[in-house]
Write a protein that binds this ligand. Structure first.
Ligand code: ZN
Length: 325
């Protein structure tokens, strides 16, 4: 395989430092704001939608003169207003400093939360599996979603990380065409599709929903970024490190079923609604392929260039199980 970059082990980072890194990544990898860009960066502070600008955030409801409410789910239907509001932000509209708050999941209560399995050829191969001919879709129950600095609570010694691009639906629809699909994506964020492998493969044939839906198994964030903020929405560099060791280093240009194909495919089966999210699959380098599962105290750092960085700590809790195989 391709050798991975090894970075020096770093001590556990504080939230503040993480946020500073997040901001610097934001500045160095995005399109410079021109007069005609209407992009935005949306986050969740105490259950309220906020727009992020630099190291500050601004409360959406307070600064939109009533045009937009405070619910992070509801504002997803109005990317036009979010873009307009974002373009007006300056030092006079600061609600607070990102470093002073704990962010929640930018999309906290989707009606549907899809996961896509084996969507990178190298990842399918590392698990000894054939690349699928049709999208391998499962459910991550929305109840597993947590914020970008939340602890991940694992209940076995066989839990695994999966860094992924997550996309959120803006305008819903049915039978959305591939050509039109990006127009239905309100923004993209970073996700971890945490997986309890023993639970995932306990049943025969295996089914993924439960093993990937334990409480806290879906950290997303730090913010939802509209695609016009990105240099190339179809080629996003993604990495995942455990305690500073790079385990995954991929690019969404290698997706077997790309974002437009997934949106179109899913909408041919179920009507997509505002706020539905899709975990688009993970590149190679998962722990199961290396015998390196998550342990108590591990720090998972997931980065997508142009979006930011998400850092989650692993906490090993009791291993009570309803059924043992
Ligand atoms: Zn996954």
């Amino acid at each position: 395989g391709v050798p991975r970059t090894r970075r020096p082990r770093r001590p556990d980072r504080l939230v503040h430092l993480n946020l500073l890194l997040m901001v610097s990544d934001t500045i160095s990898n995005t399109v410079s704001k021109g007069s005609n860009t209407m992009g935005f960066r949306l986050a969740n502070v105490d259950g309220r939608a906020v727009l992020v600008h630099g190291e500050h955030y601004t409360d959406v409801a307070t600064h939109s003169s009533g045009a937009l409410g405070s619910d992070p789910m509801e504002v997803l239907s109005r990317p036009d207003l979010l873009g307009e509001l974002s373009a007006t932000l300056d030092d006079s509209s600061v609600t607070g400093l990102l470093a002073d708050v704990v962010l929640g999941p930018p999309v906290p209560r989707p009606q549907k939360s899809f996961g896509i399995g084996l969507n990178y050829a190298a990842h399918a191969a590392e698990g000894g599996r054939e690349a699928p001919d049709s999208p391998l879709v499962f459910t991550k129950f929305p109840s597993c979603l947590v914020g970008p600095t939340a602890d991940v609570e694992v209940r076995s010694d066989g839990c695994d990380y999966e860094g992924e691009l997550v996309v959120a639906i803006g305008e819903g629809g049915r039978d959305i065409t591939i050509d039109d699909a990006w127009n239905h994506v309100v923004g993209v964020t970073i996700g971890q599709d945490i997986s309890d492998r023993p639970a995932q493969f306990a049943a025969k044939p295996p089914h993924f929903d439960l093993g990937k839906s334990f409480d806290t198994f879906g950290p997303i964030g730090p913010m939802l970024v509209s695609t016009d903020e990105l240099r190339d929405r179809d080629a996003l560099h993604i990495t995942c490190s455990i305690n500073g060791e790079v385990r995954q280093d991929g690019n969404t240009s290698d997706l077997i079923f790309d974002v437009p194909t997934l949106v179109s495919f899913l909408s041919s089966i179920t009507t997509l609604v505002t706020g539905d999210i899709i975990f688009t699959g993970t590149p190679e380098g998962v722990g199961a392929a290396q015998g390196k599962f998550l342990a108590d105290g591990d720090v998972i750092t997931t980065t997508i260039r142009g979006i930011g960085t998400m850092t989650n700590r692993v906490v090993r809790i009791s291993d009570a199980r309803p059924i043992r195989g």
